[in-house]
Design a protein around this ligand. Structure first.
Ligand SMILES: Nc1ncnc2c1ncn2[C@@H]1O[C@H](COP(=O)(O)OP(=O)(O)OP(=O)(O)O)[C@@H](O)[C@H]1O
Ligand SMILES: [Mg+2]
Length: 502
């Protein structure tokens, strides 16, 4: 990051947009860069104090530079090389006068070693400036920087130095946080336990989970279920098991590429979300759920993009990780033609997401689920975007049997008491969720009558259910027809799949 910013400044980019909420950290970086040759002075503008030289007290302000126009005019008049940081100019940047002033200013910057840096947590760029501005995302701190934070904390509290292993765990546990947040988390763990050792790693982790949840877009999910609690879908499971160690150093040395992601399409209630969640246990990676619905924020231009970017940034800094995007079809619904309905936000979001997927180098595995394929834009399904697109169909008789077995066992009932073949025959066309509901309904019925539930209760419950595949038969048929040609069946055995293909 420092490198990138340095290059832009050395190359005399006149206007740089730095997207970050970590002002202090970013300012320090700028100040360091300013020390390099040719030395530049650093000035910081805020709407409260106008322009103040970096490092000076706030009352040493350049007079009458509180208004953005006056401040830019002042910058234009400066003769010496300088970096002029504008903090939170975004609410004003759309005004015709400010836009114009900026354009005029940077037009005159050639060979002056002057640069304007716009620093703000959201990215708002008027069309007039789009071509002139270089946008940089200020990344979250890496292990080395977190190490400084931790060392400071240990020194201040005169704590004993942890072993290298413990230190690494403590550092990893704060990946994904800003510098300030990491500092707070270490402090809190220290206050709670009176020390910072192996035992405090969990406190640090749970603090981080809370912090991540607070931004409302990402959520840390912990799932106890294993792959064994998913009935059927053998092909999909096989694929996932095969990649259990795909994120290890060993896999890289072997020459394997990093898996990028998978898309699971399918009929509602057939285990898409379930299998996505259990993958986290299987692979031993944290699972972050990205709530696309919450990414959208119409309150301010650029807000949604900033939300997405922040969430992806967090995911990247926690990597290797699984980024779980459930029901992605809802988020990107109609992004192709949404320009009129929401000012093009969803197609822009969609565009940034695709670009990110294309370009990401950090090990963030995207696991997306969807059940309305017609809503997904074509670019999304193109080969190579995801490593694989799986189709989860209604369970076959064999799979339904396994689902019964799983859910009866989960409720601590003896399988031998039930005639599974008969049950399976009654629920042709049912989803896993509907089978589970059938069992639960039978249990309620019997419980109300203060007795144990039986085969007959389940059959009665199933018969009383009209499955989705009947009530929405057209949609289910359309989805199946579509998916059969374009996606890999999640249930087929390897042999069957090969037969399908050749
Ligand atoms: N193959 C299965 N094996 C075991 N349980 C299943 C299976 N499919 C569904 N279930 C049960 O149904 C519940 C709902 O399934 P899940 O939420 O995974 O469906 P989904 O495919 O994501 O549906 P939707 O498209 O509506 O989101 C699961 O939590 C699980 O209890
Ligand atoms: Mg689901």
């Amino acid at each position: 990051m420092k490198e990138e910013l340095n290059i832009l400044i050395q190359a005399q980019y006149p206007l740089i947009y730095l997207v970050t909420s970590e002002e202090e950290r970013a300012e320090q970086t700028i100040a360091t860069i300013a020390q390099m040759k040719p030395q530049r002075r650093v000035f910081v503008w805020t709407v409260t104090h106008g322009i103040v030289e970096y490092g000076q007290p706030r009352n040493v302000t350049q007079h009458n530079t509180v208004s953005p126009e006056a401040a830019i005019e002042w910058v234009v008049r400066q003769r010496e090389p300088g970096i002029f940081v504008f903090k939170d100019l975004h609410p004003f940047i759309d005004s015709p006068a400010v836009t114009r002033w900026l354009r005029d200013a940077i037009a005159g910057f050639k060979d002056t070693h002057k640069a304007i840096v716009l620093m703000s947590p959201v990215q708002t760029i008027p069309i007039e400036l789009e071509k002139e501005v270089a946008v940089l995302d200020y990344p979250l701190p890496d292990m080395a920087e977190l190490n400084q934070v931790l060392s400071q904390q240990l020194e201040q509290t005169r704590s004993r130095r942890p072993t290298t292993e413990t230190r690494e765990k403590l550092l990893k546990a704060t990946l994904g946080l800003t510098r300030d947040e990491a500092e707070k988390v270490y402090r809190k763990a220290h206050v709670t336990a009176g020390r910072l050792t192996e035992g405090e790693v969990d406190i640090v982790l749970s603090e981080k989970k809370q912090l991540i949840r607070r931004n409302g877009i990402l959520e840390y999910i912990e799932e106890d279920e294993t792959l064994d609690s998913v009935g059927g879908l053998e092909e999909l499971k096989h694929w996932l098991r095969q990649r259990s160690n795909a994120f290890t150093e060993r896999a890289r040395e072997y020459g394997l590429p990093q898996p990028k992601g998978m898309l699971i399409l399918g009929v509602p209630g057939c285990g898409k979300s379930l299998i996505a969640k259990t993958t986290s246990r299987l692979w031993g990676l944290p699972l972050l759920r990205l709530d696309m619905g919450r990414v959208y924020d119409g309150s301010m231009v650029g807000r949604s993009e900033a939300n997405l970017r922040n969430a992806l940034k967090t995911a990247e800094s926690i990597s290797p990780t699984i980024l779980f995007i459930d029901e992605i079809d809802k988020a990107f619904a109609g992004s192709a033609g949404s320009a009129d309905s929401d000012g093009g936000t969803s197609s822009r979001i969609f565009g940034s997401f695709l670009t990110w997927m294309q370009e990401k180098t950090s090990p963030v595995f995207v696991m997306a689920t969807a059940n309305r394929v017609e809503r997904l834009p074509g670019e999304f399904l193109r080969k190579g975007r995801f490593d694989e697109i799986f189709f989860v169909d209604l369970p076959s008789a064999e799979e339904r049997k396994e689902i019964f077995r799983i859910h009866l066992t989960k409720r601590r009932r003896e399988i031998a008491r039930f005639d599974l073949d008969q049950l399976v025959a009654v629920c042709d066309g049912f989803s896993g969720a509907e089978i589970e509901q059938g069992i639960v309904a039978a249990m309620y019925e019997a419980f109300a009558q203060e007795r144990e539930f039986t085969q007959l209760d389940i059959i009665a419950a199933l018969r009383a259910t009209l499955p989705l595949s009947k009530t929405m038969s057209e949609q289910v048929t359309a989805l199946r027809d579509w998916a059969r040609q374009r996606a890999r069946p999640a249930a087929a055995s390897v042999a069957e799949y090969q037969r399908l293909e050749f």
